[in-house]
Design a protein around this ligand. Structure first.
Ligand SMILES: [Zn+2]
Length: 326
């Protein structure tokens, strides 16, 4: 079995995916009133965003012109899920900016339900309502009520860590945990290991989105191993946002070898020009992962996901059978 066959047949999970960054480019071209290139410039391998603000600006048109109703959210989610299902993805965690939904005048509950309804047969998933570091919230805020009174499966903290630390969100994450919601936070991407420590300490999360720069602190790496913290990593995203200069030096391999539970994901696939299968192929071609190691990375994802024990066991049996064919 060659690598491409193995990667296609391997049951996969996408753990770190933003709906806004996965709006199919064809839809933005269709609904924007301006002429847009069929192949956008950021698909080039050597393309780099100037900074996080430039990246946010690039996504703006799709967010404004495509996400104009709850039905459009569902249409986008449906297209994303079909693309994932075609890659033999069995589980997805998709997040959306709750502030965006409310800002557009939609109900967080309606959008969450629309996303769940869009999941096709054979693909299970969790819908994550995200807060953004652009501002702080208290438990009395309208947005916090809207998220907590909706059927979201979990919450995330998005946006650049440079804006503010994780501390102001501690109460919200504590309240989310009390409600039985999954909690995760972006950290260790645009800021160093200290930002990961802050997310772990103040938000008490077991899932860090990215965590790439955890590698800068040996004590932190050991803590991640000991506490079984999962890092939902996105190598191509890190390259195009200049978090790393060279994929060959990406921390995912060293962190995996040291025993950290890493997963591999696309983050915002429309704007980084990558699919989940591309990212797995990259682990092999660029970072030297063996195929059984790629399978282990997928097991990490299913370990962290919201699956029943029997669903997880069935998928592990399937993965082990595939590995035994090598
Ligand atoms: Zn992200």
């Amino acid at each position: 079995m060659n690598t491409a066959d193995f990667i296609q047949r391997l049951p996969k999970a996408e753990m770190h995916l933003h709906l806004e960054g996965a709006i199919p480019w064809d839809m933005t071209r269709e609904y924007a009133d301006v002429s847009l290139p069929e192949i956008p410039e950021w698909l080039a391998n050597d393309y780099r965003y100037n900074d996080f603000a430039h990246f946010g600006e690039t996504m703006r048109l799709g967010i404004q012109r495509v996400l104009t109703s709850v039905e459009r959210y569902q249409m986008v989610a449906s297209a994303i899920f079909q693309t994932l299902a075609a890659q033999n993805v069995r589980y997805v965690e998709i997040s959306f900016g709750a502030n965006l939904v409310l800002g557009k005048g939609f109900s967080v509950t309606d959008v969450t339900l629309a996303l769940k309804e869009a999941l096709p047969q054979g693909l299970s998933g969790a819908v994550i309502g995200a807060f953004n570091r652009e501002r702080s919230y208290t438990l009395d805020d309208e947005l916090v009520h809207a998220v907590f009174n909706s059927p979201v499966d979990g919450i995330d903290l998005h946006g650049t860590e440079i804006l503010q630390s994780a501390q102001p969100y501690a109460d919200i994450f504590e309240a989310a945990r009390q409600r039985g919601l999954m909690t995760k936070a972006h950290a260790g991407e645009l800021q160093g290991a200290e930002s990961v420590w802050e997310a772990l300490k103040h938000l008490k999360v077991k899932r860090i989105e990215h965590g790439t720069r955890s590698i800068e602190d040996e004590t932190l790496v050991q803590y991640l191993v000991d506490e079984q913290i999962t890092l939902d990593m996105c190598p191509t995203s890190n390259l195009k946002l200049c978090v790393v200069d060279d994929l060959r030096a990406h921390a995912i391999k060293t962190l995996f070898q040291k025993g950290v539970r890493v997963t591999v994901n696309t983050d915002d696939p429309t704007y980084f020009g990558c699919s989940l299968m591309d990212e797995l192929q990259l682990l092999v071609d660029v970072l030297g992962f063996t195929l059984p190691e790629v399978a282990e990375v997928q097991k990490n994802a299913f370990r962290a996901g919201k699956l029943s024990d029997s669903e997880r066991a069935a998928i592990f049996t399937e993965i082990d059978a595939l590995v035994s064919e090598l």
